[in-house]
Design a protein around this ligand. Sequence first.
Ligand code: DQA
Length: 148
Amino acid sequence: MKIMVLNGPNLNMLGTREPGIYGVATLQQIESNLKNTISSSRYELEFYQSNHEGNIIDKIQNALDNEVKFIIINPAAYTHTSVAIRDALLATKIPFIEVHLSNVHAREPFRHHSYLSDVAIGVICGLGAYGYTAAMTYAVKYLQQQEG
Ligand code: DQA
């Protein structure tokens, strides 16, 4: 059983990309933190980043056949534009948390709207890389509770 972490465009550049906004942790460091967080549970981590909307949608669709029980997603700029990612998440019905490194509500108005938030279990923003760890801790608890 897997927990999948999806990252959208430009997040491959974390570490050097606008560090004042997104922090200095690289995506590899975030992935290794999450491996530690999940290691004491019986779930496996699947970690993926793409700069292409269709690839992210394919990953979400394939999650169903791939034993993915929970999704943590930072859709990056697609948060504010993608009806298609919303529809893919709704189609699979896999519970998910939306994560943003920055506090999108304290930034430009076009970042205040998300196509995902109203259908997510929860939204974490503004906590930097820790937001992924918090989401993962919750996901493990949520799944353990579901299994009783
Ligand atoms: C982001 C916020 C988005 O508005 C932006 O386009 C990103 C990253 C964040 O993690 O803070 O690329 O999702």
